[in-house]
Design a protein around this ligand. Structure first.
Ligand SMILES: NC(=O)C1=CN([C@@H]2O[C@H](COP(=O)(O)OP(=O)(O)OC[C@H]3O[C@@H](n4cnc5c(N)ncnc54)[C@H](OP(=O)(O)O)[C@@H]3O)[C@@H](O)[C@H]2O)C=CC1
Ligand SMILES: CC(=O)[C@@H](O)[C@H](O)COP(=O)(O)O
Ligand SMILES: [Mn+2]
Length: 381
């Protein structure tokens, strides 16, 4: 029985993680959960899975939640509580399904407490991948990827010698605007942007997918998780999202991992690794129903966010922090109808251009640059 702390329990990944916990009651216990403010989503999870500890974003949410709490549940609020719960001696496995760079400090604390970590929160690796991976190495902790592409690569690399790997090939669905030209992106609505062709996900990642920034963040995530050079990470468009990613080896053999677009499969993989448990929540992959799988080149001219992410990743230092913070803020402005879709890439490009990169930034510098970048983006609009 693994005691789990689930960070981001009310989100898309969080709720799907609770499905896996419920499906395997003899393997997993939800010991603690954290969320921001969605009390209505949290209530049934608390009722059914009875965590001992619940953490919410702030005291206001705590006061809204408390009248609904029965039984022996302790409720805390604030970021410090997140940083504490991941160190709790009762916790075996931390699932980080938080959205955004708010996940950075709890990740570092979980690593220092040598917890097993199932990791979905890609923004944390983009904002401070060097710090996270340095600590992971120092404390001998593996981050088990939940993101479907990285879970695929992890599986393709199982049992292989890393020096035999030639390149990673990350697949991209193309997102909700994949068949539009750049001119046709003028004036697109958030409702259209939120219609992902294959996956049902949270709003921010769905917009990232439409702008191709999701793939950019994933390239940086792959660089960090697998210690692979940017020259050895390729991205191709694959409309069907059946092949979740691939690894090519020195002998030109290419390993691919396939599956239905159902995030509960990679979530379960990360929770049960190195074992595999049965999964019965969907009918499984029927390749005959697809007939043909498609692969296309992705153009940097059409998808400048992907280009900016490669450039920021290659430059390293504090530049990926700026990329991530500007993107998080710009996506939020788009979702709040404050800027248009093309304004997202403009805001990011403006911030990258005006930043003087600091090499090997420490945590305080990262947090400061993150806040200052967000502030600048917000002030501008
Ligand atoms: N959704 C998907 O299918 C995939 C997601 N990912 C990655 O997983 C991560 C989560 O994505 P997704 O589930 O879509 O996001 P959602 O927006 O659906 O969920 C985010 C979760 O984080 C919580 N949260 C946000 N800020 C705070 C805070 N300050 N304190 C406590 N909790 C907080 C939210 O709480 P609340 O809503 O209650 O405020 C919510 O539970 C992202 O990094 C994303 O890129 C990766 C692959 C696929
Ligand atoms: C499910 C998952 O891992 C997402 O990151 C997904 O890959 C998004 O799809 P895109 O390929 O459209 O970015
Ligand atoms: Mn992904």
């Amino acid at each position: 029985m693994k005691n789990i702390v689930l960070l981001g329990a009310t989100g898309s990944i969080g709720v799907q993680t609770t499905d896996i916990i419920k499906a395997h009651p003899n393997e997993f216990n939800l010991y603690a959960m954290a969320f921001g403010s969605q009390v209505e989503v949290a209530k049934p999870i608390i009722e059914e899975l009875k965590p001992s500890v619940v953490i919410v974003k702030n005291n206001e949410v705590k006061q809204a939640l408390l009248p609904h709490i029965t039984g022996d549940v302790t409720v805390y609020s604030g970021l410090d509580a997140l940083n504490e719960i991941v160190k709790d001696p009762s916790v075996d496995l931390v699932v980080n399904a938080l959205l955004g760079s708010v996940g950075l400090e709890p990740t570092l604390e979980a690593i220092r407490a040598r917890k097993q970590i199932a990791f979905a929160n890609k923004e944390t690796l983009v904002t401070a991948g060097h710090l996270v991976m340095e600590e992971a190495k120092r404390y001998g902790v593996d981050l088990l990827p939940v993101d479907s592409e990285h879970a695929a690569i992890h599986q393709c690399l199982r049992g292989e010698n890393r020096q035999d790997m030639k390149q990673m090939i990350i697949t991209a669905s193309g997102g909700s605007f994949r068949d539009r030209s750049r001119d046709e992106l003028i004036g697109v609505t958030k409702e259209d942007a939120l219609k992902h062709p294959n996956w049902s996900m949270g709003a921010k990642i769905t917009i990232d997918s439409a702008s191709m920034m999701n793939k950019g963040l994933e390239v940086i995530e792959a660089h960090c998780l697998f210690d692979v050079s940017y020259d050895d990470i390729d991205v191709i468009m694959h409309r069907e999202s059946v092949i979740h990613s691939m690894v090519e080896f020195a002998d030109q053999s290419v390993m691919a991992q396939l599956g239905t677009p159902d995030m509960r499969i990679p979530i379960q993989y990360a929770l049960t690794y190195p074992d595999r448990l049965p999964y019965n929540m969907s009918s499984g992959l029927d390749l005959k129903s697809f007939g043909t799988l498609h692969f296309e080149e992705l153009s940097f001219d059409r998808f400048p966010c992907l280009k900016m992410a490669y450039e920021a990743g290659r430059e390293g230092g504090s530049l990926p922090t700026v990329l991530n913070a500007a993107n998080e803020e710009a996506v939020q402005l788009f979702l709040n109808d404050k800027i248009d879709f093309l304004g997202i890439e403009q805001a990011i490009s403006d911030q990258l251009e005006q930043h003087d990169t600091i090499q090997s930034p420490g945590l305080d510098t990262i947090l400061q640059i993150d806040q200052e970048t967000r502030e600048r983006v917000r002030q501008r609009y």
